[in-house]
Structures are given as C-alpha cells and as structure tokens.
Design a protein around this ligand. Structure first.
Ligand SMILES: *Cc1c(COP(=O)(O)O)cnc(C)c1O
Length: 415
C-alpha cells in the first residue's frame, strides 16, 4: 500500500512553530514552479514514468501519489495542517463530518462492541450510532453530557469507544474531556471528541487526553459556508494503520477542490474564532439584559453551569454559538413560545435563517422545528430544548448591527 501519509517531504518549519504559524505554513513543499499559494491538484489519478515504476508504486516499494481516493497532494496539505493544529501525529480527510464518524466507526468497531455516547451530540451522529451501526451489532448507550458518573456506570467489558462533543448543540453544555479520557483508558476504550464547535483554535482535545478528534470541516474550518468536509485526527498508527485501509476500500474521500477551500480556510481560523467568540460574548451579555429573553446559554457567561470548566478547556473562550429562549407572557404554552421565537427570527434582516453554523455570516435557527424537529416534544424537553429556543451562530458583522437586528423582534413581543 502506498503509505504516502508520512514519508513525503515536509516543509521546513521551526520545530516550535505556534498554531498561528502552522495554520498558514504547514503543508507540502511548493512544486518546481514555486507557487506561493498552495496548489490545487484537481486530478483523480497520477501518471507513472514507466510500467516498472507503476508496479513498484502499487507494490508499495516506492512512495508516490497514485489515486485521489486515498492520496492527493492538496488533500494531504489539509491533513498535515489540521493535524499540526490539533497536535496529533496525523489526520485523514473525509467528504463530510458524518463520513469522518463513519470512517472512525468502520475502522475501530466490530459486531459485539459497545459504545458510550453523549445524548447531546449532533442528531445525525445519534442516528449513525444507534440505527445504522445497531444493524451491524454495535450497541450504543447514550448518557448525560455532563454527569461523569453516568459515563462511568455505562462501561462494560466490551466497551471500545467513548464519543463526546463539547460544547453541545444547541444547549452549549460542556463535558469534561480529561475525566472521560480517564474512564476510557481505565478500560480498553478510546475517547473520540467531535471538536466542531471549538476547533483547535480554542480547544485541543488530544492535549486533554482524547485519542481521536473528529471534525466537520463544513463549519468553522472552512468558515465561510462553501463546502462540505470532514477529518479524523489521531496517532499515526490509527490514522495510517487503521483508517487508511478503510478509506481505500470505502472511499468517503474529500475532493481535492474542497480540501483546497478548507486548507485556505484554516489560515484565518484563529483570528475568526477569536473575533466571532468576542462578538458572541457581547451578544450573550446583551441578550441577558433584554426583558423579552428568558435564558441565555453561552459557556462564556459566568452564569453558565460549566463556565469554569469551559474556560479551562477552551482557551478562556466561550466559542461563537449562543442560544437563548424568549418569553411569551404568563402561562405560555409551547404554541405561544414557538410563535414568539418565530417572530424574533422573522424580524431579522441581517441574520441568515439557516440551521448551519460556523460561518462568517451570522446564522439564526429555531432548533425545536429544524435540527431537533424530528424528536418528540418529550424528547426535546428532556434535552432542554423548548419551543422558545433560538440558536445564533455568531459571525463577523458589527455587534451593534447584530443587536439591532435581534432587538427589532425582541422589543415587539406581545408579553
Ligand atoms: C455539522 C456537524 C456534523 C456533521 O458534519 P457534516 O459536515 O455536515 O457532515 C457533525 N458534528 C457536529 C457537531 C456538527 O455540527
């Protein structure tokens, strides 16, 4: 197998280069043409000089790019750069965030294995574990996002994976990565963390003890809502030894074009995350002072139940997603709450009404009828998601324009 993931030449970078430097510099050396911006290798296959060389490359006697399902220079630059930011030995790029989780499950688990997963992870992740892999004999126990004792109690002799996402969507609940790593490593399990909401700019799960980091590159890594992308980051042994063979066989590959877009997105990741988090904190503080607002959910607020843990784990940053609930007057039922939330959303003119997140544009959504619309009302309420809840993925617009946009609806609620 052409194991081109580790031996191809590296760029000469200072060994102690910081994350901001790695984000713009890590990759492969330039081609002989000397391009400054990373090249986009939009090619499905690579040409060999003669038949004997092709044979040697297919026999893994010589390293080279062969076929873009498993190796492409642009995709590799994205993988190397993301791995450098996460502080892992390697990364493997996938077509989407969901296919990163799919690749991880296919590589790690077999029938009879058991998974412990937070109940508060991305909805499609729950479906993938429970319904799709349930069919193949992998059983998943869903536990509380924040109650470590529940995770510990769920461990069985056949537990092989703990899966968490922090902060959670849309409640922004934070789980303790170091404690979950301890539980995983006390048995024969690995801990994987979906780092979509924080990105390595704010949180590096591997430094807290996680074994694998999952990304939906679709969100903050691209950062401008253009392409779908995903990745799994981890040790060289897991990425190249365990996941590469699955990628070759299953082909959930990232297209070189999308890899190039996300690669360039990484260059501005740190400054975007800092600016969007700063905007989000100001918005959360402003929302907390509005009479039409009931509760604000944001890890950067001292009132957040896991504020101290979030600050420790997330580089002192709350991230860029803020959720809040609106009031609908005395004795308000689900119907009235939904009407009030819809009113606030519909009165915005700047915010984009879309359930995506991680864009430079501010995005607004009603989780109770979109991302979590297929749950029953009881399931939603158990997760804390009422019909009065609104989630905002805060972008780069001026904070005063954003508060004015939300004030229009909040100040005209019929309370
Ligand atoms: C969006 C998202 C995913 C799925 O990513 P896609 O790129 O849409 O497949 C997984 N986890 C989290 C936390 C997400 O927000």
């Amino acid at each position: 197998m052409a194991d081109t993931k580790k031996k191809l030449p590296r760029k000469a970078l200072p060994p102690d280069a910081r994350i901001e430097t790695l984000a713009v510099r890590e990759g492969l050396p330039a081609t002989p043409w000397g391009e400054n911006s990373e090249a986009l290798f939009l090619t499905s296959s690579f040409v060999h000089p003669d038949a004997a060389t092709a044979a040697a490359r297919f026999a893994n006697e010589e390293e080279a790019f062969v076929y873009s399902r498993f190796t492409n220079p642009t995709t590799m630059m994205f993988e190397r750069r993301l791995a450098a930011l996460e502080g892992t030995e390697a990364a493997i790029a996938t077509a989407s965030g969901m296919s990163a989780i799919l690749l991880m499950i296919m590589g790690l688990l077999k029938a009879g294995d058991h998974v412990i997963c937070s109940r508060s992870v991305f909805g499609a992740t729950i479906v993938l574990f429970e319904r799709e892999f349930g069919k193949f004999g992998v059983e998943t126990t869903f536990v509380s996002q924040t109650d470590v004792a529940e995770w510990r109690a769920a461990v069985r002799p056949n537990t092989r994976l703990l899966f968490a996402e922090t902060p959670s969507n849309p409640m922004t609940e934070v789980c303790d990565i170091a404690q979950l790593a301890e539980i995983a490593h006390a048995t024969e399990a690995l801990l994987a963390v979906d780092n979509c909401f924080c990105t390595p700019a704010l949180q590096q799960p591997v430094k807290l003890g996680a074994d694998l980091v999952i990304h939906s590159g679709t969100k903050y890594l691209d950062g401008q809502g253009r392409v779908l992308a995903g990745a799994v980051c981890g040790s060289d042994k897991l990425i190249n030894g365990t996941f590469m063979p699955v990628m070759r066989g299953a082909g959930m590959s990232l297209s070189p074009f999308n890899a190039w877009v996300v690669l360039k997105g990484l260059e501005t990741l740190s400054i975007r995350m800092a600016a969007q988090s700063a905007n989000a904190l100001k918005l959360a503080q402003w929302l907390s002072a509005q009479p039409g607002v009931d509760q604000v959910y944001y890890p950067g607020l001292p009132s957040h139940p896991q504020h101290a843990l979030a600050m420790k784990q997330q580089n002192g940053c709350g991230g860029a997603v803020v959720s809040f609930t609106v009031k609908a007057g005395q004795g308000s039922d689900a119907q009235a709450l939904r009407k009030a939330a819809f009113h606030v959303i519909d009165q915005t003119r700047l915010c984009s009404i879309t359930a995506n997140l991680g864009d430079t544009k501010t995005l607004i959504t009603h989780p109770g009828s979109t991302s979590h619309g297929r749950l029953s009302e009881d399931q939603r309420l158990a997760a804390g998601i009422t019909q009065g809840m609104i989630r905002v993925s805060v972008g780069l617009e001026h904070i005063d324009d954003l508060t004015a946009d939300l004030a229009r609806g909040l100040h005209t609620l019929n309370n």
